[in-house]
Write a protein that binds this ligand. Structure first.
Ligand code: HDE
Length: 697
């Protein structure tokens, strides 16, 4: 036996799926046919506890009952202090080439090289049981099981952060979570304490613009970008270093919902994002992202307008384009949400050889925090032995014992150096083959200080604002109005508005108008903001992809709807890479023109149009009046209209009249009478929402 194997943790080789097949590590509900206790003793009767006499007291000697309740009582572990609500999936990363010119990280060594991954998406502020479509940042954390150890890229879907120094993180999180004296609001930033903190911390202004944009209400995890946020380092085999910023780009392009829709989705389906990911993967529609890096050197860092160590700043893609390193595909849902998604432990400090840190003070603080939090949540230093956290390469060290030690660490020596040989010797350090940190010269006086180069808090916020399309700007204004409108203390609004005046006068006055307040004087800026060139890359709508791939059409059918047309629609959408669901007045189904009964996926009362990207309403002979008489069907159409969606209609005159929408046709409200109509409707669905629709009239 090799030294490394001898001292290895038990669970090292092969993907989880293979390891599970032997049944040694997994316990599946169906592994054994007989119900047993945790100790394997067959259980006689699981319906009745042991009692003295028919109506007498339960007996302490019923160990099966005692054990069952004991385990149940201890099922919960602390939820994550942030990012508590998350959803995970397995997948694979494939390198697009040999990237050894910039990093020796083995996962990027050759074209086609595959590395298993586990990804957990999350909201930040809400508790585990909160809803998916909160206005919030989304976590995008990836564990790469590389052959030189785990790499955790613990990113977000927004490329900047609220604060510059990790020491402010507890304050930020306390401010955004439920207020301590009342225990609400849940899962939202729209309350006094968050905006109080944000107003008093001008460095958060840039991130709040992103947070008020549609980035914070994504249509799907599959349709959002991810960012490493901080500047990291890459190191080549000869020790040459460059700075990098990580980017995930979804193959499906970026899509978001509108705010009014988000509010309604949270009621109609609080699990909207997790269901979407689960359904997509289970149906074989595996989402993909390209992983890329912006690579730059010290010379660029020195001449860039901002400090590359400041996590409240981006480096515009127009200045440093993203170099693609490979593609990630998520192809497997978890077997057990607790074992995998809940117990997965991401830590920024997990990097393999070839990847290293910069001195970003936020990143440095994170590297300290993530280990701590795992012990709190998972309860043992041996959390690395849990299958979801265990590396899939050899593991060999002299760390021993601790709660829940499951590895049988063999041999005689449990220290080094030692003079044993063979099986008793244990592993030795790797030297240059190990993780060699970047050799950086460091000097300076110890001080608690924020560098001058971190002082401009507004220029990039302004750049973000001017890089948005007019529709996106409208949404940002409306979001500020909504959020600040939820603040009860006027002075808090005033402080935020004073900061916004440094971002853009138009933005500030539009928000003030919306709030019905006077504009305060601008706050004093440490550095006067400057006009930067716009960065079109940060706009969602400006970069929209013309496709219906991965999206969903809701088909509301009325009694006697044209069966052939329903069939054509379903096929055309499928061909376009999308999916369809049928909605009817009753979930049991609806009778169609050919006498058949079409089963519905939703009754219209439980399947509102907010669950779909576009809708078709095929009313049919008797269905026109049937739908017009049904309040939920009227909402179905009205909401789709108000959310700017593409709508296909046939025989829906009575419904249009009942909703007051008759006479309000536009280019995204299409008639679905013929086969050709279906083709043009599905083609139009691939385009943008009809933002010009006048929903106020
Ligand atoms: Fe985190 N963060 N964070 N964070 N973070 C956690 O770790 C922390 C920050 C991010 O799905 C915690 O396991 C500090 C930035 C994600 O399991 C904790 C600071 C970014 C996740 C923690 C930050 C993130 C976390 C809570 C300021 C984007 C969820 C539970 C310096 C680049 C990972 C846990 C998952 C989770 C600390 C700031 C992303 C407490 C101290 C910036 C995606 O360790």
């Amino acid at each position: 036996m090799s030294p490394s194997k001898k001292t290895s943790d038990a669970r090292q080789a092969g993907p989880a799926s293979e390891r599970g097949q032997g049944g040694e590590l997994h316990q599946r509900a169906g592994d054994g046919e007989v119900l047993t206790t945790a100790h394997g003793v067959p259980v006689q009767d699981d319906q009745n506890s042991l009692r003295a006499g028919e109506r007498g007291p339960t007996l302490m000697s019923d160990m099966a009952f005692r054990e069952k309740i004991f385990h149940f009582d201890h099922e919960r572990i602390p939820e994550r202090v942030v990012h508590a609500r998350g959803y995970g999936a397995h997948g694979v990363f494939e390198s697009s080439g040999d990237h050894s010119d910039i990093t020796r990280a083995s996962l990027f060594a050759e074209k086609g090289k595959k590395t298993d991954v586990f990804v957990r998406f999350s909201t930040v502020a809400g508790n585990m049981g909160s809803f998916d479509l909160a206005r919030d940042v989304r976590g995008f954390a990836t564990k790469f099981y590389t052959d030189e150890g785990n790499w955790d890229l613990v990113g977000n879907n927004i490329p900047v952060f609220f604060i510059q120094d990790a020491v402010k993180f507890p304050d930020l999180v306390h401010a955004v979570k439920e207020e301590q004296d009342r225990g609400f609001p849940q899962a939202q930033s729209a309350h006094d304490t968050f905006w109080d903190f944000a107003g008093l911390m001008p460095e958060s202004t840039h991130m709040t613009l992103w947070q008020m944009s549609d980035r914070a209400i994504p249509r799907s995890f599959r349709m959002m970008e991810g960012f490493g946020v901080h500047t990291f380092r890459f190191l080549t085999a000869d020790g040459t270093s460059s700075f990098v910023k990580f980017h995930w780009k979804p193959k499906l392009g970026l899509q978001s919902v509108v705010w009014n829709e988000a509010l309604k989705i949270n009621g109609a389906d609080p699990d909207f994002h997790r269901r979407d990911l689960y359904d997509a993967i289970e149906s074989g529609d595996h989402p993909q992202w390209e992983l890329g890096v912006q690579v730059f050197d010290d010379a660029f860092a020195d001449e860039f307008d901002f400090d590359v160590l400041d996590a409240t700043k981006i480096i515009p893609e127009e200045l440093v384009p993203v170099r693609v390193l490979g593609t990630m595909t998520l192809n497997r849902t978890v077997d057990n949400v607790f074992s995998e998604t809940e117990q997965v432990a991401f830590m920024t400090q997990n990097v393999p050889p070839g990847i290293d840190f910069s001195n970003d003070p936020l990143l440095q603080g994170r590297n300290f925090s993530y280990l701590d939090t795992q012990l709190k949540r998972l309860g043992s230093t041996n959390f690395t032995q849990l299958e979801i956290n265990a590396p899939r390469c050899p593991v060999a060290h002299f760390q021993r014992d601790g709660h829940m030690q499951t590895a049988h660490q063999r041999g005689r020596a449990n220290y080094e150096p030692n003079s044993f040989t063979g099986e008793d010797r244990g592993p030795r350090e790797a030297g240059a083959a190990g993780h060699v940190p970047f050799a950086e010269e460091v000097s300076g006086t110890t001080r608690r200080i924020r560098a001058e180069s971190f002082a401009d808090h507004y220029s990039q916020a302004r750049q973000f604002w001017v890089s948005q399309t007019p529709v996106e700007q409208d949404h940002i204004v409306a979001a500020y109005v909504f959020e600040l409108g939820k603040c009860e203390i006027p002075a808090i609004r005033t402080q935020v508005m004073a900061n916004l005046r440094n971002v853009d006068e138009q933005l500030a006055s539009r928000v003030a108008d919306g709030l019905g307040m006077e504009l305060p004087a601008p706050s004093e800026a440490a550095v006067q903001p400057v006009d930067l060139d716009p960065s079109p890359a940060v706009s969602i709508l400006g970069n929209a992809k013309e496709t219906f791939e991965g999206r969903k059409l809701g088909i509301l059918v009325g009694r006697g709807a044209d069966a052939a047309q329903v069939d054509r629609l379903r096929k055309a959408v499928e061909k376009a890479g999308g999916m369809t669901q049928v909605v009817a007045v009753a979930v049991g189904g609806e009778s169609l023109s050919d006498g058949s009964t079409l089963e519905a996926d939703h009754a219209v009362a439980g399947g509102p149009s907010v669950l779909f990207d576009a809708v078709a309403i095929l009313a049919g002979e008797e269905g026109g009046q049937q739908l017009a008489d049904e309040p939920a069907a009227r909402d179905f159409l009205t909401d789709a209209f108000n959310h700017f969606k593409v709508v296909g209609l046939h025989g829906a005159d009575a419904l249009l009249a009942a909703t007051g929408l008759d006479g309000k046709t536009d280019e995204a409200i299409l008639v679905l009478g013929s086969a050709e109509d279906v083709t043009s409707f599905v083609a139009r669905c691939a385009g943008p929402r009809h933002w010009d629709r006048d929903i106020t009239a």
